[in-house]
Design a protein around this ligand. Structure first.
Ligand SMILES: [Zn+2]
Length: 236
């Protein structure tokens, strides 16, 4: 009996853990993950920049394809590479908040969540001026309390419905395959132009994969939009 109780307790804990990290889970409060079935829209999102040289190279690829994406920037990297954040903004991409230094918010008190958001918002304001009210929690980690704090700060949490798993990929082809294998239309796609541990993370695979997958998705009749445009398309 005791054993059974212990197992049930563990299962509950495991389920709670799943819901704090699973990008599609809505159990801990609604988060935007895409336009839903039937949509022909796709939204590319890039986390953990700005990061040289990969963010500028990615900007070149996006410009060549005339695609606008959504970038969730890390505040402390913006402070170190302001000119790259400005290039992202000048190219017409949407900029969102990805905290000051990328903590997992499931371990953060509301006060720390607020500080993380505000420090990032402040450096974004100083560097690129007005930007979107979109927020992506680091690692997709969130709790009801953290989400409440995010909303209280006036931000809208955005997760994702497809991931390229580019932080652990062994090739560009692997990233491309992960995304192409999951795209049905209406997805928010998670990719990275930087790394959360330090500046300089190699994102060459991501840049190459994006170049290929934009062309392939367009051939299949999909259209790339920013997250705000995808949100608006649902409202219309
Ligand atoms: Zn991140």
């Amino acid at each position: 009996m005791l054993g059974l109780l212990a197992t049930a307790g563990l299962a509950t804990l495991a389920a709670a853990g799943y819901n704090t990290m699973a990008p599609r889970s809505q159990l801990f409060g609604r988060t935007f993950i895409g336009a839903g079935r039937g949509s022909r829209l796709l939204a590319l999102t890039f986390d953990d920049g700005p990061n040289d040289p990969w963010t500028p190279r990615l900007l070149e690829v996006l410009a060549r394809h005339q695609v606008h994406a959504t970038f969730f920037l890390v505040g402390r990297y913006v402070a170190k590479r302001p000119e790259i954040a400005q290039q992202v903004a000048a190219a017409g991409h949407v900029i969102g908040n990805h905290t000051w230094d990328h903590p997992n918010l499931i371990f953060s008190r509301p006060r720390e969540v607020e500080t993380q958001i505000k420090r990032c918002a402040q450096v974004l304001e100083q560097t690129v001026g007005s930007h979107s009210n979109l927020f992506r929690p680091p690692f997709g980690g969130r709790t009801p309390q953290a989400l409440r704090e995010v909303r209280r700060c006036g931000l809208v949490p955005v997760l994702w419905s497809v991931s390229g798993w580019d932080w652990e990929a062994k090739s560009a082809a692997e990233v491309e395959k992960k995304v192409m294998g999951s795209v049905e239309g209406g997805e928010v796609i998670l990719l990275h132009d930087g790394g959360h541990r330090q500046l300089g993370a190699d994102r060459s695979y991501t840049v190459t994969a994006v170049d290929h997958l934009i062309a392939r998705c367009r051939d299949q009749g999909f259209q790339f939009v920013t997250v705000p445009k995808m949100m608006k398309a649902i409202d219309d």
